[in-house]
Design a binder for this molecule. Structure first.
Ligand code: ATP
Ligand code: MG
Ligand code: MG
Length: 347
């Protein structure tokens, strides 16, 4: 029994709520939008701003614990409900600022791409000097699905690129010529127990995940043990409770950390049908202080394809395909780059 509060009402919150139901757990969604897709499957919905402390306190009082499905949340207001929050504010604080995150990863023994903070044209010149070209600039905060990023290929474009990113605080990263991308999706329980899902090969286009594939291939499989050790060290150091995802670049000389997500992750959607316990059920178990479930995969070959924007128009064929597990998020009108659903196939 009990009620989990979920801050953020997107598809991740929706799939957490759907996974809580079989455990007899109800979900209460908190989101500023009018009709977020998670609210459709939740027992209760509070519409309020993420920095509305009074609304957060009332919400937390109605829930046994509170989790979040989105890391770009104001830490100050959430600190007022810290006693109910899992994962805690430290996971949020680190994962929402790319500079804090990279410093944290280094301190935990992980290796990010070479990076610098950039707050001015002079900083960018220094970053070009130190990191070379091309490099990628990312806003320190609020980016997702490749938003808030720009490549700098020619030093003459430096001022224009800063303007295109709205002169926000940035990090500059060296361009990585990776062989492949993968992620470690783990869960850490209240007792510190850690369970890992199998690592998929992740294929991105335009900064958005298109597909996750298992098996991930020899190169990734060789790098997974080191990546798991780093991800577990990061989770431990954060005092993280719940699912944590670390995205990696598989390079010729080993894994480089791309970024951390203190939550369930798109590259773990395959676990709904493909693992004994899904990442969503695992997150519910962890934040509720229940024993972690079995993360083993249930098929040899698994693919998860995102339905992005107009891809969702293919749903009639997908729903008729007996090999396809179709998930539609109920988000209404497709927009370019918007994640509308996904489809998983097991073999
Ligand atoms: P998410 O939706 O995963 O949170 P995001 O907006 O935070 O995405 P990143 O994960 O930083 O974006 O980058 C998106 C993709 O862009 C990466 O998965 C990778 O394919 C590419 N990319 C990012 N940084 C680099 C880099 N330094 N070198 C090469 N490619 C990169
Ligand atoms: Mg990100
Ligand atoms: Mg990413």
């Amino acid at each position: 029994g009990g009620t989990i509060g979920i801050i953020g009402g997107g598809q991740l919150g929706r799939m957490v709520a759907l996974a809580a139901a079989p455990l007899g757990i109800r979900c209460h969604v908190f989101d500023p939008h009018e009709a977020p897709c998670a609210a459709d499957v939740a027992a209760a919905f509070t519409r309020a701003s993420f920095d509305d402390v009074a609304a957060l306190e009332t919400f937390a009082a109605a829930c046994d614990i509170v989790t979040y499905e989105f890391e770009n949340l104001p830490v100050g207001p959430l600190a007022t409900i810290a006693h109910k929050l899992r994962p805690g504010t430290e996971s949020l604080r680190i994962a929402q600022d790319r500079a804090a995150e990279k410093a944290f990863v280094e301190a935990a023994g992980g290796r990010p791409a070479a990076w610098r903070t950039v707050d001015s044209l002079a900083d960018l010149d220094a970053a070009v000097e130190a990191l070379g070209l091309p490099l990628v600039l990312k806003t320190r905060r609020d980016g997702y699905d490749g938003k808030g990023q720009a490549w700098l290929r020619d030093a003459a474009d430096a001022a224009d690129v800063l303007a295109s990113l709205g002169h926000k605080p940035l990090v500059a990263e060296q361009a990585i010529s990776f062989e492949a991308e993968f992620s470690v999706v783990l869960a850490r329980g209240l007792d510190g127990a850690v369970a890992f899902f199998d690592s998929t090969r992740n294929i991105h286009a335009d900064g958005i995940l298109r597909q996750s594939v298992l098996p991930a291939g020899d190169l990734i499989e060789r790098q997974v043990p080191a990546a798991r050790a780093q991800a577990a060290a990061i989770a431990e150091r954060l005092g993280h409770v719940g699912v944590l995802t670390v995205e990696y670049f598989a390079c010729a000389d080993g894994p480089l950390v791309n970024e951390i997500a203190p939550r369930v992750h798109n590259s773990g959607h395959w676990t709904i049908e493909g693992a004994v316990t899904s990442q969503f059920a695992q997150h519910v178990r962890a934040v509720c202080g229940l024993p972690l479930g079995n993360p083993e995969r249930r098929a040899t070959r698994i693919t998860m394809d995102n339905l992005i924007g107009d891809d969702v128009a293919r749903w009639p064929a997908l729903v008729a395909d007996p090999a396809a597990h179709l998930h539609l998020y109920g988000k209404g009108a497709p927009r370019p780059g918007r994640k509308m659903g996904h489809v998983t196939r097991l073999a």
